[in-house]
Design a protein around this ligand. Structure first.
Ligand SMILES: NC(=O)c1ccc[n+]([C@@H]2O[C@H](COP(=O)([O-])OP(=O)(O)OC[C@H]3O[C@@H](n4cnc5c(N)ncnc54)[C@H](O)[C@@H]3O)[C@@H](O)[C@H]2O)c1
Length: 383
C-alpha cells in the first residue's frame, strides 16, 4: 500500500500532511510513503528528513498521484478555483483520499470527488468518541488557533499583558475576555494566563464553567438560560435569535471593559452567531483588539471580514481563517499523528478496509463508488 503526500496548493497553506516521525508507524501496518519533492519545505521539513525515515521522493505531484493508492492531504482548494481544478486533476478513480474536506459547509468538493470515483474521508467528521480522540485533527488545529490568537492580540495591543511593578510606576494588566470555551477557547485562556493577563470567559455549555476555572480564568456568569445547550457529541447547539440578542445585551459591559476579546463560538455546519455588534465594538476603548476565530463561517463579530484586518473606532478586528498554518511545523506534526492513527485504524492485514460497521469509518467516509454516501451530507447534495 503506497501513501502519497503532495505539496499543499491552497493559498498561504504551509502545513504538510505527514512528517517523517510518523513513517515507522505507517510502515508497521504496511504503508510505505511517497512524498512530492519539497512538500514539507514550508513547514521546515526537508526531503532528506523523509528519506531518512524510509520515504521515497517523487519529482512531481503527477508522479505521486499516478502511483499512490492513498493520498494524504491537509486541505484541497475549492473546485470553483483554478487551484481546486488542479487538485481534482491530481486524484484518480479508485484512489482513497484523507483530508479536511469541509463537507458540512460546502458540498461541491465532495460531489466533485465522488464523480471522479475517489473514496474520500473527511477529517472534520471524526466522531467525538474516546476511541477516536487521537485522530481528532479539528481539536489539534483548534489548540494551535487558540494559542496563536492570543499572540496576534498581544502583538497588536498597545499595552502589555502582565501587571508589572516598575520604577516608573505600576503597569495595569490587559484584560482578556474569551467567548466560547471549547478547545481553542481553553488554549487561548491558558496562553493569555501565561502572559500574565487576568482572563474572563463565557460559554453556553454549562460544563465549560469548571474547565474555564481549571485553566485559571473567571467564568462570567450571565443571566441567560440556554435551552439544551449541548449535543451528544459535546458540541454547542444553535440557540434562537432571541437568545443571542439577550446574550449580546448582557455581554456588552464585559466586552466594553476588555482590552482583548477572543471569540471562538462556532456551531458545526451552521453560520456562527453574531455575539458582538458594531455598537458593542464602538463601546470598546481605542487600541482594543478582537480576534474572531469564527471568521470562516461569518464570524462572531458583526464587523469581521475573513482574512482581513478591520479597524473601527481604533479597535482592531482580526478574522484569521487559517492560524494553524502559521505554526506549520507543530500543526503538521499534530495533523500527521492524527492522520496516521486514522490510517492505522483503517488498515487490516496490510490492506485498507472500508468497513461501515465501524463508527469511525462510517462517520468520516464522504464518498464511495461515485456517490456522496455520508448520511448527513446526502440531503445537501446538489443544493
Ligand atoms: N473526543 C472528545 O471527546 C472531544 C474532542 C474535542 C472536543 N471535545 C469537547 O467538545 C466541546 C466543544 O469543543 P470545540 O472546541 O470543538 O467547539 P467548537 O469549535 O464547535 O465551538 C467553540 C465553543 O463555542 C461555544 N459556543 C457556541 N455558541 C456559543 C455562544 N452563543 N456563546 C458562547 N459560547 C458558545 C461552544 O460551546 C464551544 O465550547 C468541548 O467541551 C470539548 O472539550 C470533546
Amino acid at each position: 500500500m503506497l501513501a502519497g503526500v503532495l505539496t499543499e496548493t491552497l493559498s498561504g497553506e504551509r502545513r504538510v500532511a505527514l512528517v517523517p516521525a510518523v513513517l515507522p508507524a505507517l510502515a508497521k501496518v504496511g504503508v510505505s510513503v511517497l512524498v512530492q519533492s519539497g512538500a514539507g519545505a514550508s513547514a521546515g521539513i526537508p526531503d532528506a528528513a523523509y528519506v531518512e525515515k524510509g520515504a521515497e521522493i517523487a519529482a512531481s505531484a503527477e508522479d505521486v498521484v499516478s502511483r499512490a493508492d492513498l493520498l494524504l492531504r491537509v486541505r484541497l482548494s475549492p473546485p470553483s478555483t483554478a487551484a481546486g481544478q488542479q487538485d481534482l486533476a491530481l486524484t484518480r478513480s479508485g484512489q482513497t483520499l484523507i483530508a479536511f474536506l469541509d463537507p458540512l459547509n460546502d458540498q461541491s468538493l465532495s460531489e466533485a470527488l465522488a464523480s471522479r470515483g475517489v473514496t474520500a474521508f473527511s477529517m472534520e467528521l471524526m466522531p467525538r468518541i474516546t476511541r477516536a480522540q487521537s485522530m481528532d485533527a479539528l481539536s489539534s488545529m483548534a489548540t494551535i488557533a487558540g494559542y496563536k490568537a492570543v499572540l496576534l492580540a498581544a502583538n497588536t495591543l498597545p499595552r502589555m499583558f502582565p501587571m508589572l511593578t516598575t520604577a516608573a510606576g505600576t503597569i495595569t494588566p490587559a484584560r482578556v475576555f474569551v467567548i466560547g470555551a471549547g478547545v481553542a477557547g481553553l488554549q487561548a485562556i491558558s496562553t493569555a494566563r501565561r502572559l500574565g493577563a487576568p482572563v474572563e470567559a463565557y460559554d453556553v455549555r454549562p460544563a465549560a464553567k469548571e474547565q474555564v476555572q481549571s485553566v485559571g480564568a473567571k467564568f462570567v456568569e450571565l443571566p441567560l438560560e440556554a435551552a439544551d445547550a449541548e449535543d451528544k457529541g459535546g458540541y454547542a447547539k444553535a440557540q434562537d435569535e432571541s437568545f443571542y440578542r439577550r446574550q449580546r445585551e448582557v455581554m456588552t459591559k464585559v466586552v466594553a471593559t476588555s482590552d482583548v476579546v477572543i471569540t471562538t463560538a462556532a456551531i458545526p455546519g451552521k453560520r456562527s452567531p453574531v455575539l458582538i455588534t458594531k455598537e458593542m465594538v464602538a463601546g470598546m476603548a481605542p487600541g482594543s483588539v478582537i480576534v474572531d476565530l469564527a471568521a470562516e463561517r461569518g464570524g462572531n463579530c458583526e464587523l469581521t471580514k475573513a482574512d482581513e484586518t478591520v479597524v473601527s473606532g481604533g479597535v482592531t478586528i482580526f478574522g484569521p481563517t487559517n492560524l494553524p498554518s502559521t505554526v506549520p511545523y507543530h500543526a503538521s506534526q499534530m495533523y500527521a499523528k492524527n492522520v496516521t492513527t486514522f490510517v492505522t485504524h483503517l488498515m487490516k492485514d496490510q490492506q485498507l478496509v472500508v468497513s461501515l460497521d465501524d463508527e469511525i469509518t462510517r462517520e468520516t467516509l464522504v464518498t464511495r463508488d461515485g456517490q456522496v454516501v455520508h448520511e448527513r451530507l446526502k440531503p445537501l447534495v446538489g443544493k
